[in-house]
Design a protein around this ligand. Structure first.
Ligand code: TNX
Length: 540
């Protein structure tokens, strides 16, 4: 009997504490360890922020905290040397948690966020914010007493955005960065160039944005590709970012521990650049940036036999490299229809001189040449998995999008890899329905499929697996024209991705994640974000 009683009490305790945990703290991604304690701490207008360690490092973090708390409560927390009723931000030296890890301790007297670097301090704050009301409120800011130790599983936790097919304003990009940073995504892959628009100001080549950033209409009809001008219609739809705006966005991202990897597509998908400078193509014919569709084919390639192309690209990359502090520069490399090179005397002549056997090798020559240039600028080159064809450039990092095969091949060759397989990490595909969902790029990537994605393929042994830097999801915008639609494609799938790339495998649980999502859905509703509520009409 006593045994029975003890186990009953234990069972009740478990059920109780489980329900309790879910209700009180719903942090996504799930921390490495989280221990809820008795009691709470209430942040009020008298609470101060107390800094311990290098002030230069900590002050920007404190400012970030002040403005967030001000946004939800109207409080103005002051910086003060005081440890009671205080939020202490402390730089420590704890090898276990790395540069992005943190500990968060909430007690009756205050809160301590400790980390080795500012990145970890910011992540401690992001976790803390997820225990508070999500929008301005007159509710007290009550934080449950707890102890968290947390650090990421992968170092590349990426979200991509295609601003080439449709332009998203600088403010929308900032809002996007804010959203992904809240879930500890640390890499923003900014797809700045595509057939439908060139979005980055390049001072040396003003026509890239004066001409290449504008198209004739805003249709998102998938296969309606019209490179020719329509009589009576002008190219007025589009936009671009000035270098000043880009610097501002980089700084905005940096405080949130988001590094921006710019993508300057080459040698295909560049109808916009060719519209500005027709001599960069093999045919040298004038054309306009494309409308609609996603893929332009051979007429939109740079000419691989023309030296001017390489001079042009080096000048462009000079400006890109000067702007972006990121270690990686993405050069695209996907879906090059090489028939334009087949029919081009200059390309064929170059192949002959260099002893190249086919157009794949010509592409490899092109990309390897760009890599050499980037290395001379102390940058690393990353490209889509097609850069494997014809021979991978010596130090290239591969982004595996056509499944995982390219990533596996590259990791086996001791090259760094980022996993971003179209299934399940393309967020331009449907996620629910599909009936009733906004037009998507076909395919079907549900929240659950994203949640269960495992970035380390079984084909890799432990040594090779080290080359997998992490994973990323991509949002191509052929059909996405508005902020609301973009939010819908991102939410809540990005939260599942965040848990895939941050949380330890053993901390993952679909049921617990679904439960924690409720808090986040409420926040999305309060903030007016569009998101998929997960009312699936087909089996998941
Ligand atoms: C393939 S992914 C592309 C994009 C399209 C996408 C649509 C990749 C490297 N290239 O240009 O937008 O499919 O899902």
């Amino acid at each position: 009997k006593p045994l029975f009683r003890t186990s009953l009490v234990l069972i009740l305790l478990c059920i109780g504490s489980h329900g309790f945990t879910q209700q009180k703290v719903s942090i996504i991604p799930q921390p490495v360890s989280l221990l809820l304690l008795e009691g709470d701490f209430v942040i009020n207008n008298e609470t101060v922020i107390h800094l311990e360690g290098d002030k230069k490092e900590l002050k920007p973090a404190a400012a970030f905290f002040q403005s967030y708390i001000n946004g939800i409560s109207g409080y103005h927390l002051l910086l003060k040397k005081r440890t009671s009723n205080a939020i202490t931000l402390k730089l420590i030296n704890n090898p276990l948690i790395g540069t992005e890890g943190y500990t968060l301790t909430v007690g009756k007297d205050g809160i301590l966020i400790a980390a080795n670097a500012r990145a970890g301090i910011i992540y401690g704050m992001q976790s803390l914010f997820q225990t508070l009301p999500q929008v301005q409120t007159n509710r007290e800011l009550k934080v449950p007493a707890m102890e968290i130790t947390d650090y990421p599983r992968f170092k590349w936790r990426g979200m991509h955005l295609d601003v080439g097919r449709h332009f998203f304003s600088a403010d929308m990009v900032k809002a996007y960065i804010d959203l992904i940073a809240a879930y500890k995504i640390n890499t923003f892959h900014w797809h700045l160039v595509d057939d439908q628009g060139w979005r980055i100001e390049i001072k040396k080549y003003p026509a890239l944005t004066a001409v290449g950033a504008w198209r004739v209409d805003q249709t998102d009809r998938p296969w309606d590709i019209r490179p020719q001008a329509i009589p009576g219609q002008e190219a007025t739809y589009g936009g671009y970012y000035t270098q000043e705006q880009i610097k501002e966005i980089i700084a905005y991202a940096k405080i949130r521990n988001v590094s921006i990897v710019p993508e300057i597509e080459m040698p295909g998908h560049v109808a916009s650049a060719i519209a500005a400078y027709p001599n960069l193509s093999c045919s040298q014919k004038t054309q306009l940036p494309l409308t609609g569709g996603n893929y332009s084919g051979a007429s939109s390639n740079y000419c691989a036999g023309n030296e001017e192309v390489f001079t042009f690209l080096e000048e462009v990359l000079n400006e890109v490299v000067a702007l972006f502090p990121s270690k990686y520069i993405h050069i695209g490399g996907d879906e090059v229809d090489k028939t334009s090179w087949k029919g081009c005397p200059r390309c064929q002549a170059r192949m002959k001189t260099l002893g190249l056997k086919n157009e794949n090798e010509l592409q490899s020559y092109f990309i390897t040449r760009m890599e050499k240039f980037l290395i001379s600028k102390q940058k690393r080159m990353i490209g889509w998995d097609e850069i494997l064809e014809g021979g991978l450039a010596p130090e290239a990092t591969v982004m595996s999008w056509r499944g995982e095969a390219g990533g596996i091949e590259a990791a086996k060759m001791n090259h760094e890899v980022v996993m971003t397989p179209d299934y399940p990490l393309y967020f331009d595909h449907y996620q629910a329905g599909p009936e009733g969902e906004p037009l998507a790029f076909g395919g079907f990537n549900t929240l659950k499929k994203v949640y269960h994605y495992e970035p380390i393929p079984k084909e890799l042994n432990a040594e090779q697996a080290k080359y997998v830097l992490g994973a990323q999801a991509n949002i191509w915008t052929e059909h996405i024209t508005t902020k609301e639609h973009l939010e819908y494609m991102l939410l809540p799938r990005m939260l599942a991705l965040a848990e895939v790339v941050w949380s330890p495998v053993q901390a993952k649980s679909w049921d617990a994640f679904s439960e924690r999502l409720k808090y986040h859905f409420k926040g999305f509703e309060q903030k007016g974000y569009r998101f998929s509520p997960g009312n699936y009409t087909v089996a998941i």
